[in-house]
Design a protein. Structure first.
Lengths: 120, 770, 354
């Protein structure tokens, strides 16, 4: 159980509110029209949305893992966190080798399979 | 009047003919002869879609009933058709279901022993003569004669053809129907199952000969069906593994029967596809993995001083998922529509309607096996992480336990990828999702990635426990501690991690990303290094020790030879250029059988001879064991060693037959047929030699010498309990403590150990003794 | 515990006396395997390449019933668990942590790999297949190869993310957003259940009420999640006009009704009309739809699994059987449940919003 406090309040309540707040930002990022904002940074709205979503998802992930799943502040937090993070290597390998390689090997080979092309 | 583009009748005819030519089975129709796979079913349809009745075909010279092995001069001729004589006026193909044709002039040539056609010279004739030597079997012989009557203009239009079927009676009459391979297989499976049942009942009888009745049988069976004790579950895995090793062996025997000679007619290509699929799936998932799990379940808790695994009921669930999965996978055998995709199940064939309906059952069974393996991995990892006896740090664990740890780590981290791939295939085949539907944009290479992401760690999962066994066996046999314990551990851990980044070497010819191919080539070459370290450590263990030759020692030595050879043959594949030549040939088959049978299976034979006294309380007979080793080892090498050379000259794998004719580019040299026959004979001898071990196990169970707690002088924990151990294996309230572990490991903690200790152990706990 | 030669006979059908340790006999694994095999077999008989053959529903239900039966046996053995036997790790570095907690974390490692595989598939296809929006904006017009532009009825293969439909309006987003809220709230309620179960110095009746109410709320929220998912996928919903609060009428059509299905090889969306020819642009979006439904469906299946576990736990809590000694069992489930929430935190933005 969490023996610490967040901003003087019960950590689980605060975590819940924090997560809700972040979710609201996420939904707003998609619902609102950000095309002017995107034009200001010389990119498309889609790219801006993707950045916002990724940057919000990371703290949400950490908040749930650390506070709800007791990976912060418990006696056994350290080893359990290392256990939880152990698959990171295997996840990175799978994303790199399967997620980011080209799916058109069966049909579209000549386009990217050229000498000097070192992409995935 | 505006002239529109005319679609004439000849244009339509030309289009139809082109389509028909593309679509119809290959028929080589040239001035130099007629033949090919499709002629018996579709006729000479290149010339015309249907036979012409006005062509009058005759086959003279055949008797009504032939005499055994007698030679008859026969004449093929026909009347009718476009022109009467001249250049390119006729052609024929004559096929017989028995006997042999002999060519007597230059107008005729042989396509196969019992098939003849015309030559380029013979293309100008309308009548041909040859000799037929009747067979000696006495059964009826069927003849199928196709003749072409061509108009000599060099094209296919205006030609006609016709077909004649003839039957010559033999003294025996119709004779037996050719054996249906599926009937044979199903019969053998049923016989094996009945034998297993009888053995089980006999085992029950031996527990108490006086009490052989239902009142005693029901609780005995209930105990076995419901037990969560690791020793019982280990035995169940064992029985399942050995049973399916036998079934896989039966499949292999039938494959070898088919390959014993060129162009054997026992198994057709379609049936053969199902046979090698089932052989691979059975051997890896239903034989090798359960055997490993059997030993892991039995020995790991004993070696670490734990009373049972961390999650006993889940352990039972892991086991019971397997027989039911086997039922699903084998439904195809009994329906004749088994999976025919290879154990690798490549897309898009695996999701195509052309593949048999048994593929869906195969996929469903595999999904259950994925669940079983995941649960096993979780269970063992947790057990080894948390339930070691006091005083047993990580670097005091016996090497078999370490090998099971690394294997399970690889297994349960890689198998979800396979599970998701299977789910995608299952859904594609049932509710018609589009993961591998090429027309919809699906990518067949995705399956290859997901499958081999699991598939490569999987093959290390089956070999690493064998490494562990060999370490135990050699150390005990050499009567010293294993040389380089720490490097052995790091080597296994290294193999475990690198295994995940080499899977692309199975996909070098698939067209996958070139950068990935390059990376994989390097990493695959790298992964041989830790394995090599282990081999040198084993050699040094023996060199520094004094070897006692028991049967398990013999098997360990055999392992060293065959696994090293398999590893070396494997080192040809990282080079993409070599792999392109060797891919899908028998060289691959030789390599993986050397490491799988010569590695895993031999390792587990050693384990059987080593731990059988512990598990059953009886000693195995050493003479039978030595006989088993000698016969099995020699015949095994007879099977797989020649396959290397066959692969190099290009004998392809997964094809149901091979040709030794001289005019086909896939033909093999003449000695290939002889060696294939040799391999098949050795295969049968190997198969039956293993029954020596089964016989030994059963006889010893009944009448073997009683085994002491430590028959071989080993010093890991399992030798400190009785043979067999009690249940529970250790008393929860009185767990063993590893006190004097400095006999076989370094005394000082390693750098990693000290760092880990500082990081992990809370300050108020006492320091761990290293 | 001194061995099985004590006075209690094995109870393979349950119940089980946990004072001697974990059950050493159980029929549950056997029946669970049997049920799963029957279920998978019948499912494959019922559906084949999208063709449904009637008559197999009874066997599918039989498979599920056998699975249910096996779970009942499992729970009969578990319900008497009161924390007396909770093995603690002896091995470094996990020393002092409950064995089953370590087991749950190891299990979560494998679940991470499951969802990584699904995400990798999604990434591969999403990056590899061109987005429908881009294709349609570009049009099929090419002065040399296709001067006539888009032809009515010709379908092009492209990637249509579900977010194009879901993120098109606030109302379309509503079920997904409420689901996110529901899952986060349920993570909170399960942690509260754990807190009250663990709290020392609490009156038994107060504890019972708190724990079963929090567990029950988690259960309700999980059901809500699945219900809204079905609404979103199949049912759709209707918002009536309430001029008093300025609410306009909305008829939110479900994804399937919009044509976003796994068989959609002639998918038309109203916004994609070729300006040059006026033809409705048509797409083959089977891969996109398959990815969406299977990924979110796998997550939904995990929620369903959680509901099954929660049903048992709520029942046990209602009977007042959770005490500080066995409260850690709630934590084990909680870890799984938080993981399900974590996956949703990743699925929601990348499948629903982007």
């Amino acid at each position: 159980m969490a023996h610490y406090k967040i901003l003087g309040q019960d950590p689980y309540w605060m975590n819940f509110f924090g997560l809700m707040f972040l979710t609201l930002i996420e939904v707003a990022a998609v619902g609102l029209d950000l095309s002017d904002f995107a034009a200001g940074y010389n990119t498309t709205e889609k790219v801006v949305t993707l950045w916002i979503l990724t940057l919000i998802a990371i703290p949400k992930f950490i908040m749930i893992a650390a506070i709800f799943m007791h990976l912060y502040g418990d006696d056994d937090s350290k080893i359990l966190t290392m256990t939880a993070l152990f698959p990171a290597f295997f996840i990175i390998i799978m994303v790199l080798f399967i997620g980011l390689t080209h799916p058109e090997a069966a049909t579209g080979l000549p386009d990217w399979c050229r000498p000097g092309n070192y992409g995935l | 009047m505006k002239r529109k583009t005319l679609i004439t009748r000849s244009m339509v005819a030309l289009i139809l003919i082109s389509v028909a030519m593309v679509v119809s089975p290959a028929v080589n129709s040239l001035p130099t002869g007629v033949g090919g796979t499709g002629i018996q079913t579709s006729g000479c349809n290149c010339h015309a879609a249907a036979p012409t009745a006005t062509i009058d075909v005759t086959l003279d010279g055949l008797p009504d009933q032939y005499n055994s092995s007698e030679t008859y001069t026969i004449t093929v001729s026909f009347e009718g058709g476009p022109i009467e004589s001249g250049v390119n006026s006729g052609g024929f193909n004559l096929w017989a279901s028995g006997g042999e044709f002999t060519v007597i002039d230059a107008t005729v040539q042989s396509r196969a022993t019992a098939e003849v056609t015309h030559t380029e010279v013979g293309n100008d004739y309308r009548t041909w003569t040859m000799e037929w030597i009747a067979p000696s079997h006495g059964r009826n012989v069927d003849f199928i004669l196709h003749v072409n009557s061509v108009n000599g203009d060099g094209s296919n239009s205006g030609d006609s053809w016709n077909r004649l079927d003839l039957s010559v009676v033999g003294s025996l009459g119709v004779g037996l129907d050719p054996a249906d391979p599926f009937t044979v297989l199903a019969t053998l499976i049923i016989i094996s199952s009945v034998l297993l049942l009888i053995t089980i009942l006999y085992g029950f009888y031996r527990t108490n000969p006086e009490a052989f009745d239902w009142e005693h049988l029901a609780p005995w069976i209930t105990e076995w069906l419901t037990s969560t004790d690791h020793k019982k579950i280990g035995t169940l895995y064992f029985i399942q593994g050995l049973f399916f090793l036998g079934i896989g062996g039966i499949l292999a025997m039938m494959i070898r029967l088919q390959l014993a000679g060129p162009e054997m007619g026992f198994i057709s290509q379609d049936q053969y596809n199902q046979f090698f699929t089932l052989h691979g799936t059975t051997m890896i998932f239903l034989a090798a993995m359960p055997l490993i799990n059997g030993f892991a379940n039995w020995i790991v808790p004993l070696q670490i001083g734990a009373p049972d695994l961390a999650l006993p009921r889940i352990n039972a669930l892991s086991f019971w998922l397997q027989p039911f999965a086997a039922l699903l996978i084998f439904t195809g055998v009994f329906s004749g529509q088994g999976a025919d995709t290879g154990w690798t199940g490549y897309a898009p064939y695996v999701v195509s309607a052309g593949a048999h309906s048994g593929v869906t059952m195969w996929v469903a069974g595999q999904i259950m096996l994925v669940a079983s393996s995941t649960l096993t991995g979780i269970n063992f990892l947790t057990t080894m992480a948390v339930m070691r006896a006091e005083g047993m740090g990580w670097m005091q664990m016996p090497l078999f336990t370490w090998s099971i740890l690394v294997a399970n780590l690889m297994l349960f981290l890689s198998i979800p990828a396979f599970g998701i791939g299977l789910l995608q295939v299952y859904l594609d085949r049932t509710i018609s999702t589009a993961f591998y539907d090429i027309a919809a944009g699906g990518d067949p290479l995705l399956w290859s990635h997901l499958f081999w992401y699991f598939g490569h760690p999987e093959v290390y999962v089956v070999i690493v426990p064998a490494f562990g066994v060999i370490s135990e066996v050699l150390a005990t046999s050499a009567r010293r501690s294993i040389f380089g314990y720490r490097s052995m551990v790091y080597a296994m851990a290294g193999i475990g991690i690198v295994a995940f980044i080499v899977y692309g070497h199975h996909m070098f010819t698939s067209g996958m990303s070139p950068s990935l191919r390059f990376v994989t080539m390097l990493t695959t070459m790298l992964v041989a290094v830790p394995t090599g370290i282990k081999i040198f450590n084993w050699l040094k263990t023996m060199h520094g020790g004094s070897l006692v030759y028991r049967t398990h020692t013999l098997w360990a030595l055999g392992f060293l030879v065959t696994f090293t050879l398999g590893g070396i043959s494997g080192m040809f594949f990282p080079s993409i250029a070599m792999d392109t030549h060797l891919h899908e040939t028998y060289f691959v088959v030789a390599h993986f059988h050397y490491v799988l049978v010569g590695g895993t299976v031999f390792g587990f034979f050693a384990a059987i001879y080593y731990w059988y006294p512990k598990m059953t309380g009886r000693m195995l007979d050493e003479r039978l064991g030595t006989l088993h080793f000698l016969t099995a080892f020699v015949t095994y090498n007879g099977i797989f060693w020649p396959m290397h050379r066959l692969g190099v000259v290009g004998m392809p794998r997964r094809t149901h037959t091979y040709f030794i004719t001289t005019d086909d580019f896939t033909n093999l040299p003449e000695w290939a047929a002889d060696w294939n026959l040799f391999i098949s004979v050795c295969a049968f001898l190997f198969f039956f030699s293993n029954f020596i071990m089964v016989f030994n196990m059963l006889i010893s169970l009944a009448r073997g010498q009683k085994a002491p707690a430590d028959p071989w002088g080993g010093w890991s924990f399992e030798w400190m309990t009785s043979s067999p151990p009690p249940t529970p294996s250790f008393d929860w309230n009185n767990l063993p403590v590893l006190k004097d572990a400095n006999e076989h490991i370094a005394h000082e903690p390693s750098v990693m150990g000290i760092w880990f200790n500082k990081l992990m152990v809370p300050e108020d706990n006492e320091e761990v003794n290293n | 515990m001194s061995g099985y030669d004590d006075d209690h006979a094995p109870q393979p059908w349950g119940p089980h006396d946990w004072h001697h340790g974990a059950p050493h006999n159980s029929f549950s694994p056997l029946f669970l395997s049997m049920g799963v095999a029957i279920f998978l077999f019948s499912l494959a008989q019922a559906w084949s390449y999208g063709t449904y053959t009637p008559g197999h529903i009874p066997t599918i239900l039989l498979g599920l019933a056998v699975v249910g039966f096996s779970m009942i046996i499992w729970w009969r053995q578990d319900i008497s668990f009161d924390g007396h036997y909770e093995p603690i790790s002896t091995g470094v570095p996990f020393r002092g942590i409950q064995v089953r907690k370590v087991a749950v974390w190891v299990f979560l490692m494998s679940e991470m790999m499951v969802f990584t595989s699904l995400f990798s598939t999604y990434m591969r296809y999403r990056l590899g297949i061109e987005n429908c929006g881009t294709v349609f904006e570009r049009g099929l017009f090419d002065p040399v190869t296709n001067p006539t532009g888009w032809q009515e009825g010709v379908a092009v293969t492209c990637f249509e993310p579900a977010s194009h439909l879901i993120a098109s309006s606030w109302w379309h987003l509503a079920p997904g957003a409420i689901n996110t809220f529901a899952l986060i709230l349920s993570s909170f309620t399960i942690v509260q259940a754990l807190r009250y179960a663990k709290m020392p110095d609490l009156d038994d009746e107060v504890r019972r009420k708190k724990v079963y109410r929090y567990l029950g709320s988690t259960w309700i929220l999980a059901i809500l999640f699945l219900t809204l998912k079905m609404v979103e996928w199949f049912i759709g919903f209707y918002v009536p006009e309430i001029s008093a609060i300025g609410l306009h009428e909305h008829d939110i059509v479900s994804l399937v009704s919009e044509g976003y299905t796994i068989n959609a090889d002639h998918y038309q969306h109203h916004s994609y009309v070729d300006e040059a020819t006026g033809a409705h642009m048509v797409a083959n979006i089977q891969v996109s739809a398959s990815l969406f439904y299977v990924t979110t469906g796998t997550h939904g299946a995990h929620v369903a699994g959680g509901i099954i576990g929660l049903s048992y736990m709520t029942l046990k809590a209602w009977k007042g059987l959770y005490t500080p000694a066995n409260a850690v069992s709630i934590e084990y489930f909680g870890l799984y449940w938080h993981f399900v929430d974590l996956v949703w935190v990743l699925v929601f933005p990348f499948f629903y919003l982007y």
